[in-house]
Write a protein that binds this ligand. Structure first.
Ligand code: SAM
Ligand code: SF4
Length: 338
């Protein structure tokens, strides 16, 4: 695609420029984390998925309209067959300077195999989701995961020179006794760490209210042990960061429930079927697959993207309490992409 430097950026009705897309390349995963999926998930038929070439075209259309950062996510992105083809083709936008960052969020299970190739494709930073350092708890949380494989993946990624941010979902009665240990471990290895509040997305077996730990409480508890210094660090995502004085490392908090982060929202999400969600916490969506497939020119696709951004909502309003029984939105995080 010809990238026109004069093409207008995508700006929503609230004046927020959309410069960041998260692309879920598969809804499948080799784990079944208790807060993310139910044990017996129904996955999309493969014929509904965009091909890797179509995903490239779609991402490139966003880059042509001002996207500076792309995060590849899922499901587990690294279990999609031939996924490195997509990273390799998107890396041309890094080389041209049109794209500033190409990242991935992964559960780490396949990293030992792919870390070197990711680095070769120009990926500089990755997010690895890891909620515990305890083998048995890891098994209980992920149902199918193997902690030692993830650790091998983290070793390989560091060896390949990738900067790592660890994402840990705070889970009541599961890992809420482990936060200092996670901090010391991540910072000891030179990695950032971010805690995430569990969000009410999709039906899972457990009650959300039994999983949810408010992070303002976690932060208050950490103050008994650490000095948390506010810093101005921004990654373009929703986390707010502090520096832990004792470890020297960065600690982020993603608080969709206790502190709504929508005002600075610069991102949208695309699923593996080409559905564009303008907000993680709202149902409204736009079909990009039909315009993408309707024409070899990108005109219909660009028009559909513009129409969708023009109705990006102001924000979400998640609630977790004993009264609100249904999830805020029916789709799982693995569909929309984390
Ligand atoms: N499989 C990859 C992984 O686990 O990193 C990428 C996709 S996963 C859906 C992205 C992130 O979403 C992970 O950090 C995961 O912990 C988080 N996540 C999944 N379900 C969530 C929920 N209900 N609330 C908060 N975070 C969730
Ligand atoms: Fe898979 Fe990631 Fe969801 Fe866990 S959080 S089930 S690893 S998609």
């Amino acid at each position: 695609m010809f990238l026109d430097p004069a093409a207008p950026a995508l700006v929503d009705p609230f004046g927020r420029a959309i410069t960041y897309i998260r692309v879920s390349v598969t809804d499948r995963c080799d784990f079944r984390c208790v807060y993310c999926m139910s044990e017996d998930m129904n996955f999309l038929p493969k014929r509904d998925l965009l091909t890797l070439e179509e995903l490239d075209r779609l991402c490139s259309a966003f880059v042509a309209r001002g996207t500076k950062k792309i995060r590849i996510t899922g499901g587990e992105p690294l279990v999609r067959r031939d996924i490195m083809t997509l990273f390799r083709s998107l890396s041309r936008h890094l080389q041209s300077g049109a794209l500033e960052e190409l990242n991935v969020t992964t559960n780490g299970s396949q990293l030992a195999r792919y870390a070197g190739e990711l680095a070769d494709c120009g990926v500089r930073r990755i997010n690895v989701s890891l909620d515990t350092l305890d083998d048995a708890k890891f098994k209980a949380i992920t149902r199918w995961g193997d902690l030692s494989k993830v650790m091998q993946g983290i070793d390989a990624a560091q060896k390949a020179g990738l900067a790592i941010k660890i994402n840990a979902v705070a889970l009541k009665g599961v890992n809420d006794d482990e936060f200092p240990r996670l901090i010391e471990w991540a910072h000891g290895r030179g990695m950032d760490l971010t805690f995430i509040e569990v969000m009410p997305l999709g039906d899972v077996e457990a009650a959300r209210v039994d999983q949810y730990v408010p992070l303002n409480q976690v932060r208050a508890d950490l103050l008994d042990r650490y000095t948390l210094e506010d810093i101005d660090y921004q990654t373009g995502g929703p986390a707010r960061y502090v520096r832990v004085k004792e470890t020297g490392g960065r600690l982020g908090f993603i608080t969709p429930l206790t502190h709504n982060f929508c005002e600075g929202c610069n991102r949208v999400r695309v699923t593996c079927t080409g559905t564009l969600y303008m907000c993680l916490g709202q149902e409204d969506a736009a079909d990009l697959r039909t315009p993408l497939r309707s024409s070899e020119s990108d005109g219909p696709l660009l028009a559909a993207m513009e129409g969708a951004i023009a109705r990006k909502p102001k924000g979400h309003d998640f609630v977790i309490d004993r009264v609100t029984k249904n999830p805020a939105v029916g789709r799982h995080m693995s569909v929309t992409g984390g």
